[in-house]
Unconditional design. Sequence first.
Length: 168
Amino acid sequence: MYLEDFFMLKQLLASSTLMGLLWFGGVSTAQAQQTSPQPGMPPAPQMEITATDLERFAMAVQQIQAIEQQAQAQMVEAIQGEGLTVERFNEIAQSQQNPEMQVQLSDQEAQTFAQAIQQISQIHQAAEQEMQAAVQDEGLAVDEFNQIAQTVQQDPTLQRQVLELLQK
C-alpha cells in the first residue's frame, strides 16, 4: 500500500464518515473533530466487524462521497445563483459566527445571503436523506454505520481493509 493511499483513507474517514456522523448522529462539531480520546478517558469500545459489515460500510462510504460531492456542487450553484461568490458567502457566514469580524453588508446582500442559506439548508436536508438511504440500502442501520466508522477510525488494520475495498 502506498503512503498517499493511507493518507487518502484518513482524509476520507475524516470528511465523509465524520460528515455522516454529524448528519446522522447529531454529534456536535466539537465531538466530531475529536479523533482521539480526552486525556485520562478510556478509548471508545471497538465493536467486532465482520468482513461483510466492512464491505457494506465501504460501499456506503462510496455512495456518501458521491452524494456529498453532488450536494457541494448544488450548494455552490445556489450561492452563485443568488449572485454571491463562494468566498463572499463564506466571509458573511464567518462574520455571523464571529461578532469581532467586521463585514460591511448591504440590505440587498443580507437578503441574498439569507436566500442562499435557505437553499443550502434544503440541499443539506435532501443530501442527509439520501445518505441515510444509501447506508440502509447497504443493509446497515445508521447507528451501526456510525459505530463501524468510529471503530475504523481507531484501527489502522481496518483502515487499510476499507481502503482496499474502496479501490476495487
